[in-house]
Ligand binder design. Structure first.
Ligand code: SF4
Length: 701
């Protein structure tokens, strides 16, 4: 790093990784980011984790895409077979004009034959304005809603349950509200690795005497701070949560006044819960009845309690039911809409909240307005300059990939997503992408997905662009360019505008602030939030007036649902899609690690992060390793019904003996070759957290 005072410029922006949305100051010397400091944003108060502090040099990596590329006529067959250091075996450089023309002509040709033969994946790594333009590109350009992004793979089921029961898909309180809580539940989340700065607030909460309840099939790091640790059986979330709520019902620990004033369907919920006694559910979830009772009394007895959850809740075929239980638990104890209380799904990517708010989902326009409502669609098309589009919900990520595989979707526009690494049963996704007649990929690196592209459009990192992002707390923040993009790379929003004009759309934006201004016309969540205010402020939506910094807590005076009431939706026990059996006797779960971000496209090109964590690895209990005859550091072979990988094994006492944890950032041992593509029927999210697996000593060991 060298001398900390030796820099030419400093620029304020937002960390590009997780949903915490830490504010950063980028110190630039000779056109390169030299180091990064945390500054005083409301979500981080100067703090940064290792990714934010050291994960920036990928932006200057020699593998950055700097010129538009077109697949060569004599390129080898499509596959995961391009050397990122030698792209010219498969692609040739092109001017922007030529690349955009080839992409646009191909999209128009497919549209003329069948508009539904084209679909789009936008990105939670891009800005709000870029997400908004991307969904508009598909809806206005192709007249349907087949546009989605990675929220489908992380919190789609949480959003489905929140929309259904609370009337809003975002958090009801910022994570910083934990400072006012007496009790907090963290379930299915590993914030020490995945939301590290948020975890510092959770640790401080316990230091000042707050009671922490951690629930997870893995013994995640927060267990060291927990008053109650419930290491329940994988997939048994609903039985455990219903048993806790059964105690609250049977012992009449619920908040009658709150339930009466602000909720509906309580009697049905209460009756439903009577069968879920701690004794009966203990068998299923593996938690002793006494502990279930203790936890119920602790949470229901608090003056104010918060519930945080992550993908351990959402990535199941019963992910929506899991979230329904958490919402019911908060409602019956009156823990929404007051200081220190609330529901908080910890959002994954830095702008997954914003991209979802901006309408990058197949069933909702911006602000979660239904595509099925004629009046709503008209309001949008009036702003967009006419032309209606389908009133049918569009296809989701995995449904689009299935349609590609079936040959019905022939063209895709993919901005900043890497489904050839992130989709479940990823060999199926890769085989699908190889069939596409036209794949246009807009990204900063030759990702695994870009291996299959016909046209590659070089885009910019967050530290090279202007716009806004919205974090897990509903906080809208400005990002600003600290350095110029390399070569001919362009900001994503400009590329989408150029492409839109070439497919015949009447788009004219001189500056990204004009996109933000258009978003405000149909997004009441942005009321009182102006570009000018965002120059100097972070604003939490909703903001009630021109000087209101925003509402950290919402729904104290009713919910955006009929009669202002939230709803109880009873949840039944649905077992995981595939049970362990004699062939696949163990359970595999996947996730992230502290040093690597999602599919690794950025962090594996960051020197410090990749040096700390350079090798694909999985975690097994030491006794499991001994039974397999495997030493820590040796290779194991993991097999599921989808495929096999060989990967280095680590010993981890915190993991159950019948489980293996596999991070999904490593292409050389891609966890998603193994994962189950079965999806939750409501949120359409795959069951990444439960696959039946066989673990053996690798033959190569
Ligand atoms: Fe970036 Fe998240 Fe770490 Fe903050 S906690 S520095 S937003 S990765």
């Amino acid at each position: 790093v060298g001398d900390h005072m030796d820099f030419d410029t400093e620029t304020e922006s937002v960390c590009p990784f997780c949903g915490v949305g830490c504010k950063v100051s980028l110190k630039v010397k000779d056109g390169k980011v030299k180091y990064v400091e945390g500054i005083n944003g409301p979500a981080n108060e100067g703090r940064l984790c290792v990714k934010g502090r050291f994960g920036f040099d990928y932006i200057h990596h020699p593998h950055r895409l700097t010129k538009p590329l077109i697949r060569r006529d004599d390129a080898p067959a499509k596959g995961l077979n391009v050397d990122p250091g030698n792209l010219m075996t498969h692609f040739r450089e092109a001017s922007w004009d030529e690349a955009l023309e080839v992409a646009a002509k191909g999209l128009v040709r497919l549209r003329e034959a069948d508009p539904k033969s084209v679909a789009g994946f936008g990105s939670a790594k891009c800005t709000n304005e870029e997400a908004y333009l991307f969904q508009k590109f598909i809806r206005q350009g192709f007249k349907h809603n087949n546009v989605d992004h990675c929220t489908r793979l992380c919190h789609a089921s949480s959003v489905a349950a929140l929309m259904e029961n609370v009337g809003s898909g975002a958090v009801t309180a910022t994570f910083n509200e934990i400072v006012n809580a007496d009790v907090a539940i963290i379930i299915g989340a590993n914030p020490i690795e995945n939301h590290p700065v948020a975890a510092t607030y959770f640790k401080q909460f316990t230091k000042r005497g707050g009671k922490l309840i951690v629930m997870d099939p893995r013994g995640v790091g927060m267990r060291r701070y927990a008053d109650e640790m419930l290491q329940f059986r994988p997939g048994a979330d609903v039985s455990m949560l219903n048993a806790i709520m059964n105690v609250i019902v049977e012992e009449e620990l619920y908040d009658s006044q709150y339930i009466h004033r602000w909720t509906e369907n309580w009697e049905a919920e209460k009756e439903h819960l009577r069968a879920f006694t701690p004794e009966a559910m203990s068998e299923i979830c593996g938690i002793e009845p006494d502990q279930l009772r203790r936890v119920a009394r602790l949470f229901a007895g608090a003056k104010a309690g918060m519930i945080f959850w992550g993908m351990g809740i959402s990535q199941h075929i019963h992910g929506t039911d899991n979230s329904r239980c958490l919402i019911s638990l908060a409602l019956m104890t009156g823990n929404v809409g007051k200081p220190g209380a609330g529901l908080h799904p910890l959002r994954g990517q830095n702008n997954v909240q914003g991209a979802s708010d901006a309408g990058l989902i197949p069933m909702f326009l911006p602000d979660y307005q239904s595509v099925m409502d004629d009046g709503i669609r008209k309001r949008f098309t009036d702003v967009w300059g006419g032309g209606d589009f389908s009133n049918e919900k569009g296809l989701t990520v995995t449904e689009i990939v299935d349609e590609v595989y079936a040959g019905r979707i022939k063209g895709m526009y993919i901005q900043g997503e890497n489904p050839a690494m992130s989709d479940p049963d990823v060999d199926h996704a890769r085989a699908a992408f190889a069939k596409l007649e036209l794949m246009v990929v807009q990204d900063i690196f030759l990702t695994e997905t870009a291996n299959f592209a016909d046209v590659i459009l070089p885009a910019t990192t967050l530290y090279e662009k202007n716009g806004t992002v919205s974090n897990t707390n509903r906080q809208v923040q400005r990002v600003r360019p600290a350095v110029a993009p390399p070569g001919d790379a362009r900001e994503d929003w400009r590329i989408t505008v150029d492409l839109a004009q070439r497919i015949g759309l009447p788009w004219h934006y001189g500056d990204v602030s004009e996109v933000f201004a258009e978003m405000k016309l149909n997004m009441s969540s942005l009321d009182n939030i102006t570009w000018e205010r965002l120059e100097t402020e972070t604003i939490t939506y909703p903001s009630l007036h021109e000087t209101d910094p925003g509402q950290a807590i919402v729904f104290g005076d009713g919910f955006p649902r009929p009669e202002g009431r939230a709803k109880f939706t009873p949840a039944s026990v649905i077992p995981p899609d595939e049970a362990p059996d004699a062939d696949y006797p163990m359970i595999m779960t996947t996730g992230r690690q502290l040093e690597h971000w999602h599919t690794g496209s950025m962090t594996r090109r960051s020197l410090v992060l990749d040096t700390v964590e350079p090798e694909a690895n999985c975690s097994l209990h030491p006794r499991t390793l001994r039974a397999l005859g495997v030493e820590p550091g040796e290779m194991v072979c993991l097999s599921t019904r989808r495929g096999s990988i060989e990967i280095m094994a680590r010993a981890d006492r915190a993991i159950a003996e019948d489980m293996v944890f596999v991070p999904f950032a490593y292409v050389e041992a891609a966890a998603n070759i193994l994962t189950n593509p079965a999806i939750d029927p409501y949120g359409k999210i795959p069951e990444f957290k439960f696959s039946a697996v066989r673990v053996e000593k690798a033959k190569s060991t």
